[in-house]
Design a protein around this ligand. Structure first.
Ligand SMILES: [Zn+2]
Ligand SMILES: [Zn+2]
Length: 245
């Protein structure tokens, strides 16, 4: 077992609400300066920059994890992480059929840029990525699991798009053994108020700007023997899936 300092919720310039300089290369570079060892890219309803992100992470010696922040039909944000790019892309292909084709207005919502790992713009996503999809919480969770991934509710300590803010509490089904807090200081209060003893609490930054990326402080222990980046990703997803299936 080894300790990995992580940030498992980050947005690139493909998310309209993220700044254009959140390129995959810049995120990996900033993560390296922050002392992170394990990072996931989780753009809204898309995995389109994950290929570039994984490549940029490799260049900095960071283990990159492909992911997505899915907006469910209930407007709940769900972080979905995958062991491989292929698994993430398979999930995305199905999510794409469940998005509403609303055109993005870059001047209003922001740019949605596809990038390579060398900061070159490859194109723009024409449809707005952030609205709710047709997948409800149960269907979205099942779909992530079916593609070999893991899913957990994002920023449960935020009223907007947090599962508790929307549903009032955690549902019995699907059961989420892992939850994400935006502010680690809220941990004790949420455990007490919502009976969350025994659940794994991850704290990630949900950064949309380079300046809001945080110095390494949150860690997770993973069985990474024999060591390889793929083994670390597999161990992470395996750990997060425990209790879900
Ligand atoms: Zn969110
Ligand atoms: Zn987010």
């Amino acid at each position: 077992m080894n300790r990995y300092y992580y940030d498992l919720h980050l947005h690139s310039c493909l998310s309209p609400c993220a700044e254009d300089d959140m390129t995959p290369a810049n995120i990996a570079g900033m993560g390296s300066l922050c002392g992170l060892q394990l990072m996931a890219l989780t753009d809204h309803n898309s995995c389109g920059n994950c290929r570039a992100f994984l490549s940029a992470c490799r260049q900095y010696g960071i283990v990159g994890v492909p992911g997505m922040e899915l907006t469910t039909a209930e407007e709940i944000h769900l972080v979905c992480l995958f062991p491989t790019l292929e698994a993430a892309e398979g999930f995305e292909a199905e999510v794409r059929t469940q998005r509403f084709p609303i055109k993005n207005k870059p001047a209003v919502f922001g740019n949605q840029l596809y990038m390579d790992a060398e900061d070159k713009v490859l194109g723009e996503e024409p449809n707005l990525l952030i609205p709710a999809t047709k997948l409800d919480l149960e269907a979205g969770t099942a779909l992530a699991l079916a593609h070999g991934g893991a899913a957990f509710p994002a920023h449960i300590d935020r009223p907007s798009n947090g599962i508790i803010g929307i549903l009032g509490n955690l549902p019995e089904k699907p059961f989420f053994p892992t939850l994400e807090l935006n502010d680690p200081e809220n941990r004790d209060q949420y455990v007490r108020d919502y009976g969350l003893e025994g659940r794994r609490m991850l704290c990630s930054s949900d950064s949309h700007r380079l300046e809001s990326m945080r110095d390494a402080s949150q860690w997770i222990e993973l069985d990474d023997e024999p060591y390889s980046s793929q083994r670390v990703r597999d161990a992470l997803i395996c750990l997060l899936r425990e209790g879900m299936v």
